[in-house]
Write a protein that binds this ligand. Structure first.
Ligand code: AGP
Length: 598
């Protein structure tokens, strides 16, 4: 994970600090910069959020034309100042995103050569190795190239070397990196989001292509002379993203869902989706992590029910390690908001190596997953800043719903009238969600009561089990309340042992074909004195005797769109619980928005 950035421009510290602000979603345990100033590398670092670094920098006046910066999500070594990047050795300073897997052997070797290490990170071996080769009279380019032949693992590196006339070096292997040549300078960053207004054209370097950036030009090293730098437009360029009237990005993103779904319901993307031949498919496998995985779980139910396609879903970190069986005419779908999740990317590469047909469903256009899959469909959620994913989930579901309809159409599995009904149901989404958001005060009351507990159990049935899981994940992520989710029918097979007056149970219970079964599960909960909370429609209310703050009423909702609607109260519940508990909504502890390490 981690965000890295670099700039060679008149006052390089400004774009670096701005960029770090935009990259903070990749990690915020600590941050730091190195700047080439008066023929000297100056490095300033701070523990915690970027503001701490800014505060330290405000106490000194640093100027320079060549600067690198880093925002960290700790892997090797605690989140403290010593382990914060950049790491410096002599005249070399380095920022790193990724993991150097053989760092212990390298460190041992370097220590035998007399090097002394300050941090417990894997990254620190990089400046030491470069320094070692520079001492052997190699040129900076040779020293960097020699160094990377020693590294095993993944890396994107920004490298400053004193005495190189304001050159900044960048190189990657496996980890994301983007380069840009602007009117006023040259820049590098972990992803396009980190780049500012001067970066309308960007280049995605290939693995192990050493790039030299300076004020006037971007150069590939001599080894890569046959390759051309091919710039593409930066869709994220200079977009200023603010919270508007909201107290957090997550809150803003929850409220944005109404407009996003309005846009998705008027746009017809069938043409695009018809690029896939669903008629002859024998199987779909959907692979993702976290929230995106729960979107896959819901999508499975739609593909099976409306298009009669065999669907398997898998957690990306497991997929390639379990010898998955890829059959003829199988479509593998990779779902990722960021398009950079290391596990999902590795799974995609694995599927490609086995000649599977690949489709990516991403929010970030031009992300690595988007670029590497055969087909890519965007989910059009716009930049999602809150670490806890909300609008990307509903947009993933919305696009899956449309793809499932296309599959149903091609396979003629359901009647045209039913297909029409599915489309009409979809059109209702933004209006129903708007209504739910208007009733948010009711959810605040429920959150007030629930936030007194340390553990919460979520239950759902059918596609709504995935929504219960997503609700539990949201709550864990931002309120730190321990929450688990089960298919309600599983309760009696074990988790029921947990129930007593200290273990509240939240049941997602809108009216559908499983309501009767669910009512029995609710009885089981009440019989064990567990505090009961229900998110359901009025038809359920008469069966349960609950107080105002224990029942969140949903309008009557067509079954096909229930999962998309039911997640909204879950998001609100997590948001309000975290607010009540005074937690950091957008940057919860230990997390990062984009998980770019395995
Ligand atoms: C969700 O709230 C998460 N923070 C996390 O589970 C996320 O969904 C997961 O890391 C996958 O990310 P991706 O969609 O960008 O691949």
């Amino acid at each position: 994970m981690c965000g890295i950035i670099g700039a060679v421009t008149e006052s390089a510290i400004e774009p670096v600090l701005e960029g770090l602000g935009r990259l903070e979603y990749r990690g915020y345990d600590s941050s730091g910069i190195s700047i080439l100033s008066n023929n000297k590398i100056q490095t300033i670092k701070a523990q915690g959020k970027l503001n701490n670094l800014k505060e330290r920098l405000s106490m000194q006046s640093l100027e320079g034309k060549c600067c690198i910066g880093h925002t960290r999500w700790a892997t090797h070594g605690r989140a403290n100042v010593t382990n914060a990047h950049p790491h410096q050795c002599g005249q070399v300073s380095v920022v790193h995103n990724g993991i150097i897997e053989n760092y212990l052997q390298l460190k041992q070797q370097l220590m035998q050569w007399g090097h002394h290490f300050d941090s417990s990170t894997d990254s620190e071996v990089v400046p030491h190795l470069i320094n070692h080769y520079l001492a052997q009279q190699m040129s900076p380019e040779e020293a960097i190239e020699k160094t990377i032949t020693q590294l095993k693992g993944s890396y994107a590196l920004g490298i400053l070397i004193n005495g190189t006339s304001n050159n900044l070096y960048a190189i990657k292997q496996g980890s994301p990196l983007v380069i840009s040549q602007g009117n006023n300078g040259a820049y590098m960053a972990s992803d396009a989001m980190g780049l500012g207004a001067d970066s309308s054209k960007i280049y995605y370097p290939k693995d192990n292509q050493l790039i030299t950036l300076n004020n006037h030009e971007i150069k590939l090293c001599s080894r890569s002379l046959n390759t051309k730098i091919h710039y593409v437009n930066n869709k994220h360029c200079s977009k200023v993203i603010s919270k508007g009237e909201h107290s957090s990005f997550m809150e803003k993103e929850i409220f944005e869902q109404v407009d996003l779904l309005k846009k998705l319901s008027v746009n017809n993307y069938y043409d695009k989706y018809s690029a896939i031949n669903f008629k002859d498919l024998n199987k779909i496998t959907i692979i993702a992590c976290g929230t995106s995985y729960y979107a896959a779980s819901v999508a499975k139910t739609w593909f099976e029910k409306y298009a009669n396609i065999l669907v398997e879903i898998d957690i990306a970190s497991e997929y390639r390690y379990r010898s998955p069986i890829i059959i003829d005419n199988e479509l593998t779908i990779f779902v990722s908001q960021s398009g950079e999740t290391a596990d999902t990317l590795a799974a995609l590469r694995y599927a490609k190596s086995k000649s599977a047909q690949t489709l990516a469903l991403v929010n970030v256009a031009n992300s690595t997953i988007a670029r590497e899959a055969k087909f890519t469909f965007e989910i059009y959620a716009g930049p999602e800043i809150g670490v806890a994913s909300t609008k990307a989930f509903t947009c993933q579901l919305a696009i899956f719903y449309k793809i499932a309809m296309e599959a149903a159409k091609q396979r003629s599995f359901i009647e045209p009238s039913e297909l029409k009904e599915l489309a009409l149901n979809f059109m209702q989404l933004p209006y129903i969600i708007e209504k739910i958001l208007q009733n948010r005060t009711d959810m605040k009351m429920m959150a007030k009561k629930l936030s007194n507990y340390s553990n919460i159990l979520f239950l759902g049935r059918g596609a709504l089990t995935a929504i219960a899981q997503e609700g539990a994940l949201k709550l864990k992520e931002i309120s730190y309340i321990h929450a688990e989710a089960y298919a309600a029918g599983e309760l009696k097979h074990g988790p029921i042992a947990l129930l007593d007056e200290k273990m509240p149970v939240v049941v997602i219970a809108p009216k559908n074909n499983l309501t009767d079964k669910l009512l029995s599960n609710i009885q089981e909960v009440q019989a064990r004195n567990a505090p009961l909370f229900i998110i359901g429609d009025s038809s359920i209310r008469e069966y349960v005797n609950l107080q105002e703050d224990e029942f969140f009423e949903l309008p009557l909702i067509p079954e096909s769109i229930l999962p998309i609607i039911s997640v909204i109260p879950m998001q609100l519940l997590a948001l309000y619980s975290a607010k009540i508990l005074g937690k950091n909504i957008d940057q919860p502890r230990n997390l990062a928005k984009s998980v770019t390490v395995e």
